[in-house]
Design a protein around this ligand. Structure first.
Ligand code: NDP
Ligand code: GDR
Length: 383
C-alpha cells in the first residue's frame, strides 16, 4: 500500500483476536509472510499462553517488530475500542472464541458473552471509531450452525439449526456480521468453516485427543483413551489451508460469505484407525454402545513399545457424550472454488499422519526422559 503524502510503502495492518489459538497462529505466520504488520490480542493468563506463536515473536527491544501483542479480552468493550483506535487496522480477523462445543454446555453464558457479544463489541468499536468504510472484518463462523442438518452437503444457503450454546452464540455472531454489512455498508464476511485440524490443534478436540492419546499409549505413558461418540462424522481439513482462505475472503471487491470445507467426510472411528495405523498398531473393536472398546490386534515397527496384542487401549465414557450431538457434517466448497479459486491442498489422512508424527515425537521425548529417571509430568486431562 502506498501513502498519498509520501508515496512510501506502508504495510497493511491486521488485527487478530485469538492469535494464541490454532488458527490465529497460522494466520499470523501467513500475514507476516505477506508483509503485513500484525497485531494480536492475547488474554492475561497465570501461565504463559503464547506457545503457538513463540516462534514468530519479535523482541521489540532489538528489532523493528512486525508482530505486536496487546492484552485484551472479547468481553471488554473499552479495551477493544482502545486497541482498534490505536492500531487502526485495515483488516480485523475475529478468531477469538470459547471454541469448545462440549464446554459451551457447561459455560453457556460465558460462551454467549465471548462468542456472540464479543463479535458485536468488535463491530461496534469499528463503527464507533468511524472505521466502518475502511476496516474489513472477517468472522470465524462455523459448520456447527448447521447442527441438525437439513441437507447434504451443506452450502451457503442450507438452513441453520444450531445444537449447542456455542453454535447458538455463533449464529448471533453470523447474523450480526451480516447486519453490519447491510446496515452500515461494512466490508464484513463470514467464513463458515468446517472442522480443521493440525499439530497445533487444542488437546481436547477429538483429532488431537486421539493422536496425542494413542502416541502416549504407544510409548507406555498412558494406558487407555476414553472417548464419546466415535461414530460422529466430520469434514476435516487442515488449518493452514483454511487460514489462506480467510485472507482471500477479505481481498475481494465485494464482501460475501463462504463455506470452507473439503467435501469429504469420515467418522471419528476412522480417524482412530488411521492414527493407530500410523503408530504401527492394528485395532479391533469389540462390544457395542458404552461397552465398546478397541483392542490391540497386531503391532508392526518400533513406534509402539508400550503396548502388546490384547491390550484395551480405548473405551467409551458417556461423560464425553453431548446433551445434543451434531452427528454428521459435510460441506460443499464449490462456491469457494468457483469464486475464489480456493481448493484445499491437504487431505484428512495426511493431516492425521502429520499430527501423529508430531505427537509421537513429543511422547518419545517424555518416554526417554522417564527411562533416565527424569519423569516430567504430562497432563492427562483430555476433556
Ligand atoms: P482455539 O480454541 O485454538 O483458539 C481460540 C482463541 O480465542 C485463543 O487464542 C483463545 O485464547 C482466544 N480466546 C478465548 N476466549 C477469549 C476471550 N474471552 N477474549 C479474547 N480471546 C479469547 O480455536 P481455533 O483456532 O481452532 O478456532 C478459531 C476460531 O474459529 C474460533 O472462533 C472457533 O470458534 C472458530 N472455528 C474453528 C473451527 C475449527 O475447526 N478449528 C471451525 C469453525 C470455526 P487462549 O489461547 O488464551 O485460550
Ligand atoms: P466439534 O469438534 O465439536 O465438531 O467442534 P470436536 O473435535 O470437539 O468433536 C468432533 C466430534 O467428535 C465427537 N467426539 C469427541 N469429541 C471430543 N472433543 N472428545 C471426545 O472424547 C470425543 N468423542 C467423540 C464429538 O461428539 C463430535 O461429534 C469443532 C470446534 O473447533 C468448533 O470451534 C468448530 O466450530 C467446529 O469444530 C466446526
Amino acid at each position: 500500500m502506498l501513502t498519498a503524502e509520501t508515496g512510501a510503502f506502508m504495510a497493511k495492518r491486521a488485527l487478530i483476536t485469538g492469535i494464541t489459538g490454532q488458527d490465529g497462529s497460522y494466520l499470523a505466520e501467513f500475514l507476516l509472510e505477506k508483509g503485513y504488520e500484525v497485531h494480536g490480542i492475547k488474554r492475561r493468563a497465570s501461565s504463559l499462553n503464547t506457545q503457538r506463536i513463540d516462534h514468530i515473536y519479535q523482541d521489540p527491544h532489538v528489532s523493528n517488530p512486525q508482530l505486536h501483542l496487546h492484552y485484551g479480552d472479547l468481553t471488554d468493550s473499552s479495551n477493544l475500542t482502545r486497541i482498534i483506535s490505536e492500531v487502526r487496522p485495515d483488516e480485523v480477523y475475529n478468531l477469538g472464541a470459547q471454541s469448545h462445543v462440549a464446554v459451551s454446555f457447561e459455560s453457556p453464558e460465558y460462551t454467549a458473552d465471548v462468542d456472540a457479544n464479543g463479535t458485536l463489541r468488535l463491530l461496534e468499536a469499528i463503527r464507533f471509531l468511524g472505521l466502518e468504510k475502511q476496516t474489513k472484518f472477517y468472522q470465524a463462523s462455523t459448520s456447527e450452525l448447521y447442527g441438525l442438518v437439513q441437507e447434504t452437503p451443506q452450502t451457503e444457503t442450507t438452513p441453520f439449526h444450531p445444537r449447542s450454546p456455542y453454535a447458538v452464540a455463533k449464529m448471533y455472531a453470523y447474523w450480526i456480521t451480516v447486519n453490519y454489512r447491510e446496515a452500515y455498508g461494512m466490508y464484513a464476511c463470514n467464513g463458515i468453516l468446517f472442522n480443521h485440524e493440525s499439530p497445533r490443534r487444542g488437546e481436547t478436540f477429538v483429532t488431537r485427543k486421539i493422536t496425542r492419546g494413542l502416541a502416549n499409549i504407544a510409548q507406555g505413558l498412558e494406558d487407555c483413551l476414553y472417548m464419546g461418540n466415535i461414530d460422529a462424522l466430520r469434514d476435516w481439513g487442515h488449518a493452514k489451508d483454511y487460514v489462506r482462505m480467510q485472507w482471500m475472503m477479505l481481498q475481494q471487491d465485494e464482501p460475501d460469505d463462504f463455506v470452507i470445507a473439503t467435501g469429504v467426510q469420515y467418522s471419528v472411528r476412522q480417524f482412530i484407525i488411521w492414527s493407530a495405523a500410523e503408530l504401527g498398531i492394528t485395532l479391533r473393536f469389540e462390544g457395542t454402545g458404552v461397552e465398546e472398546r478397541a483392542i490391540v490386534d497386531g503391532i508392526q515397527g518400533d513406534n509402539a513399545p508400550g503396548v502388546k496384542p490384547g491390550d484395551v487401549v480405548l473405551k467409551i465414557d458417556p461423560k464425553y457424550f453431548r446433551p445434543a450431538e451434531v452427528e454428521t457434517l459435510l460441506g460443499s466448497p464449490i462456491k469457494a472454488k468457483e469464486k475464489l479459486g480456493w481448493v484445499p491442498q491437504i487431505t484428512t489422512q495426511e493431516i492425521c499422519a502429520e499430527m501423529v508424527a508430531n505427537d509421537l515425537k513429543v511422547a518419545r521425548r517424555h518416554a526417554l526422559l522417564k527411562e533416565h529417571g527424569l519423569d516430567l509430568p504430562i497432563s492427562l486431562e483430555n476433556g
